[in-house]
Design a binder for this molecule. Structure first.
Ligand code: SF4
Ligand code: SF4
Length: 656
């Protein structure tokens, strides 16, 4: 290769690389400045957990492997990208000077073997991706930018194919700096080439094509949805490390009032992590696929929500950087219905392979609508009013909180009395709703039968504020949280058993932000422990019982084994198609217990799934699930019994 040609190639490569890098840098700088302009949120601590997430979610592709074939497809491409990355430098050197390669690495047979294997796997991955997108056509891709994805996949295939063919042409010409036997794929392909001038020219074409695709990719990437290649790792690192069920509290006590956030009204109100979320979305639709709202025909798709926020953020980006006017996100980027359709089940967050926090986005949008604009579904108004005025969403007098205890002789903890071993936090549903009261009575009877020293707060117990918080009324939630924390502190309570998973979640995960730190267990956990210890000895049953996991127990708080332990003692357990951490909502979360539902009912969809299991009884562990699924069964005309695990255990105990 002549010196002149080497100089021409080098200059051409330098110009093209500078152009591509310049275009990419311009966009990256804009995005960096934009994300830096986001509102603060602290994601710096707990480095160990962050590194673990990076290792398992990014490198190990843990979340993607929840679906085997698409998981393998993505892993092949992603791992291939990591292995093949140094070949960019090998190719750049080979392009400038045909007889040279990268020092040391370019001579290593083992590395060239890896390159061969992973380039092939990348091609297999791309072919699988095309098959899934063009033949299988899953619904999760509805609304994604499919044309752009095709182009990106084509570019990836182009990079892998030109690399293999370039190596093959070098082997044919005897230019390989490594033993050809280490490159079985390239060596095999080398037989397609001759050894003359045509192959020498083709070798140049292939290396140029390879590098040109890479440079185009570099310039195009920051402007495409595949920006996630650069941002996903960061988004996972800065993802949540604390409890999934905990919402970030708003600070109303800041001295500088201009710094107080009232949720998110425009893109300028997003935190930097929320901005990073939006530009990390891969449009894979895994969130949409598991969303109960989307599955039942509602307008909400968590994927389209994040894409809508991203589009608005990028459109408003220059204005945000110039501190100018920004457009309202609702109804600009997403409609009011989208914001209110969410049941905060967290399925999307669990599924998202790049750790996007959809629930926080939705609650922040609600916070702005509720607190700044008093804009929310009219039917939820009585609930919010009752929670504020009466201390419970049913609007009943607090004096009626103990009505369910009639005839049970349950200790009501009075001010100044010593705290019991464990406080039974009954929750508003189990205290006031007729069907849910059965759960409270059963739980209390079981605790009495096991000789547990417990008491209730009675009229001093207030709503934990969960429905108000999930509705976006953070003021009311914080007022109730502070009141309950003060009551519990005064009573010297350290250990709590809760019946309602929503109360359980607030007490265990959210009250610590207001000074309330307790050991909190769900009633199924305590009852399972009592059965295990022999303090409760239920009769073994023969009936088939399917257990429905509540979102706020299983998905948000990992309480999965305890209720099953009880079910397997009192009957023959059956699993529903969607269970454990990948359960399906009953439709009541996110304050939907008090809202009208658009589209078909989530509870009916779940009821049909339970019926399909063939079980005669559907066990639940949440008062909201009890009410919703019982209604769902009635609506679909089924006589499958819906009962709380505590009720079934109490019956089995009576039988014994
Ligand atoms: S939290 Fe549940 S209902 Fe809300 S967007 Fe996510 S999956 Fe859909
Ligand atoms: S939010 Fe996450 S799961 Fe949903 S489409 Fe984007 S990357 Fe996929």
């Amino acid at each position: 290769m002549s010196a002149a040609w080497t100089i021409v190639s080098g200059v051409a490569l330098a110009v093209l690389a500078a152009l591509a890098a310049g275009l990419a840098a311009r966009r990256v700088l804009f995005l960096y400045r934009l994300i830096r302009a986001g509102k603060p949120t602290d994601r710096t601590g707990e480095v160990q957990a962050r590194v673990r997430n990076e290792a398992t979610i990014v490198l190990g592709q843990r979340k993607l492997f929840q679906r085997l074939v698409p998981g393998l497809m993505h892993a092949f491409i992603f791992w291939g990208f990591l292995v093949l990355f140094p070949t960019i430098f090998l190719a750049a050197i080979g392009l400038v000077h045909r007889e040279s390669t990268f020092p040391w690495l370019g001579h290593q047979g083992w590395y060239l073997l890896l390159v061969d294997v992973f380039a092939l796997l990348v091609l297999v991955g791309v072919a699988t991706a095309f098959f899934i997108r063009k033949v299988v056509r899953p619904r999760r891709f509805e609304g994604s930018h499919l044309g752009e994805a095709d182009l990106i996949l084509g570019l990836i295939a182009g990079i892998a194919a030109t690399l293999l063919l370039w190596h093959a042409s070098r082997i044919a010409l005897g230019l390989n700096e490594w033993p050809a036997s280490w490159s079985p794929v390239s060596d095999g392909l080398s037989h397609l080439f001759g050894t003359g001038t045509a192959t020498r020219a083709l070798e140049r074409v292939l290396v140029w094509a390879h590098v040109a695709i890479i440079l185009f990719f570099l310039a195009y990437l920051p402007r495409s949805k595949h920006l996630h290649i650069a941002t996903a790792g960061l988004n996972v690192y800065f993802g949540r490390t604390r409890a999934r069920g905990r919402l970030e509290p708003l600070r109303f006590d800041l001295e500088d009032e201009s710094q107080i956030r009232f949720g998110v009204g425009t893109a300028a109100d997003l935190t930097w992590k929320q901005m990073l979320d939006t530009v990390s979305c891969t449009e894979c639709g895994r969130c949409q696929d598991v969303c109960p709202a989307f599955a039942t025909g509602k307008e909400l798709s968590p994927k389209l929500l994040i894409m809508g926020l991203r589009d608005q953020l990028l459109a408003d980006g220059p204005a945000i950087l110039a501190a100018g006017e920004t457009a309202a996100l609702v109804p600009g980027a997403v409609s009011d219905d989208v914001v209110w359709d969410c049941v905060t089940c967290g399925a999307c967050v669990r599924e998202c392979p790049v750790s996007i926090e959809h629930v926080d986005h939705i609650v922040d949008l609600r916070r702005h609508l509720v607190m700044m604009e008093s804009r929310f579904p009219a039917e939820a108004e009585p609930m919010l009013r009752d929670v504020e005025r009466a201390g419970n969403p049913w609007g009943k007098p607090q004096s009626e909180r103990t009505d369910w205890t009639e005839g049970l002789e349950i200790r009501v903890l009075q001010p100044g009395e010593p705290a019991p071993e464990i406080l039974y936090w009954v929750g508003c549903a189990a205290a006031f709703d007729e069907r849910a009261r059965t759960t409270a009575r059963s739980t209390a009877k079981l605790l009495q039968a096991a000789g547990v020293d417990f008491a209730i707060l009675g009229p001093r117990e207030c709503c934990t504020g969960d429905p108000a918080r999930r509705m976006g009324n953070e003021y009311t939630f914080q007022a109730l949280a502070e009141q309950n924390v003060a009551t519990l502190g005064e009573a010297g309570v350290t250990r709590i058993v809760a019946t309602c998973p929503h109360c359980f979640n607030s007490l265990a995960n959210e009250y610590a932000d207001f000074g309330g730190r307790y050991e909190v267990v769900h009633h199924t956990e305590l009852l399972a422990e009592l059965v295990r210890d022999g303090r409760l000895q239920p009769a073994a049953g023969v009936g088939e019982i399917a257990y429905h996991d509540s979102c706020y127990l299983a998905r948000h708080n990992d309480v999965i084994a305890a209720p099953r332990e009880i079910v397997s003692r009192i009957g023959r357990p059956l699993e529903l198609a969607r269970s454990g951490r990948r359960t399906f909502c009953c439709g009541a979360g996110g304050a939907h217990m008090w809202m009208e539902e658009r589209g078909s009912a989530i509870s009916e969809e779940r009821a049909r799934e339970a019926i399909a299991s063939g079980a005669g009884t559907l066990a639940v562990a949440c008062p909201f699930c009890t009410v919703m699924l019982d209604d769902g069964m009635r609506q679909v005309g089924s006589d499958v019994r819906v009962a709380d695990v505590a009720t079934l255990l109490a019956e089995a105990l009576e039988t014994s």
